[in-house]
Write a protein that binds this ligand. Structure first.
Ligand code: APR
Length: 237
C-alpha cells in the first residue's frame, strides 16, 4: 500500500450504526418512520415547530446515551498517529469527538447544539428544545432551533471542505449511502484532485462505481483494519 500525506475521510450514519444510532435509509431507518419533509426542512419547521423539536429532542436524548465504537476510535487513532487527517462528517452525533477526533468538520451541524434564528448565537444543548425556549443570549422566546442543516439549506463549512478535497491524496468514504449532495459528490472532487478513493461500507453505495477501492463489511471491522494498513505504510515510509 502507498503512503499518503493528506487524508480526507467522509463519514455517514453507517459509522454510528454499531453504536446504536439509527441510520436514515436502511429498512428500519429514520426515514422509514418519519417523513423528512415534516421534520427536516425549514417548511416543516415553520408549519409545526413543536413536532420538529420533539423529533430532535428524541434524537438528542439518544445521542447523549451512545458511545463511540471501534471505527470512531480507529479514526481518532489514525489522526493522532498520522497528522494529516481531516474528517468531514454528515453525522450530527458527537461520537467522533467522544472518540478523540479533533480535525473534524460537521457539514450537517450538530444535534447537541442549538441555534437562535434571531441573534444567530449557537449554544451547546443537551436538554429538550421547545417553542417556549428562550435564547440564552438575546432572551427572545421561540427563535431557538436545532443547529442542524435541513434539506434545502446550505451545508456548513463548504469553503473549507472544497479546500481539503482539492489537496488530498487519499479520500475515504465510510458508512454513507451516497444519496445526498453535496456530500455524495465529494468522491468525484477528490478523484479530480488525483486522490486515491476508497469506499468502506456495509454494501455498495449509490456512488460505488466512482471509487478505485472498496471494502465491504461492518465499520467496526473494516475501518480499524484499513487504518492499520494506512499507518503501517506511513510508518515504513
Ligand atoms: N457499517 C458500515 N456501513 C453501514 C453499517 C455498518 N454497521 N450499517 C449501515 N451502513 C451503511 C448502509 O449500507 C448505508 O449505505 O451506511 C449507509 C447509511 O446510509 P444513510 O442511512 O443514507 O445515511 P447517510 O448516507 O449518512 O445519509 C446522508 O441524509 O438524511 C440525510 O442529513 C441526513 O446526513 C444524512 C444524509
Amino acid at each position: 500500500m502507498a503512503s499518503y500525506d493528506r487524508i480526507v475521510i467522509l463519514t455517514g450514519a453507517g459509522l454510528s450504526a454499531e453504536s446504536g444510532v439509527s441510520t436514515f435509509r436502511d429498512p428500519n431507518g429514520i426515514w422509514a418512520k418519519y417523513d423528512w419533509r415534516d421534520v427536516a426542512t425549514p417548511e416543516g419547521f415553520a408549519k409545526n415547530p413543536q413536532a420538529v423539536h420533539e423529533f430532535y429532542n428524541m434524537r438528542r436524548r439518544s445521542h447523549a446515551e451512545v458511545k463511540p465504537n471501534a471505527a470512531h476510535l480507529a479514526l481518532a487513532h489514525l489522526e493522532a498517529n498520522h497528522g494529516g487527517v481531516t474528517i468531514i462528517t454528515q453525522n450530527v452525533d458527537a461520537l467522533h469527538e467522544a472518540a478523540g477526533s479533533t480535525s473534524l468538520i460537521h457539514m450537517h451541524g450538530q444535534a447537541l447544539q442549538a441555534l437562535c434564528a434571531k441573534c444567530q448565537h449557537r449554544h451547546p444543548w443537551r436538554d429538550d428544545l421547545s417553542i417556549e425556549t428562550a435564547c440564552p443570549s438575546c432572551k427572545v422566546v421561540g427563535a431557538m432551533r436545532p443547529d442542524v442543516v435541513w434539506f434545502g439549506e446550505i451545508p456548513y463549512h463548504m469553503e473549507r471542505i472544497s479546500g481539503v478535497l482539492r489537496n488530498c491524496d487519499l479520500f475515504i468514504s465510510i458508512g454513507t449511502s451516497g444519496n445526498v449532495y453535496p456530500a455524495a459528490g465529494f468522491v468525484a472532487e477528490a478523484r479530480a484532485s488525483g486522490a486515491h478513493t476508497v469506499e468502506l461500507n456495509l454494501e455498495p453505495s449509490e456512488g460505488a462505481s466512482l471509487f478505485q477501492e472498496a471494502i465491504y463489511g461492518p465499520a467496526t471491522q473494516v475501518v480499524p483494519a484499513y487504518v492499520e494498513k494506512i499507518l503501517s505504510a506511513h510508518n515504513n515510509y
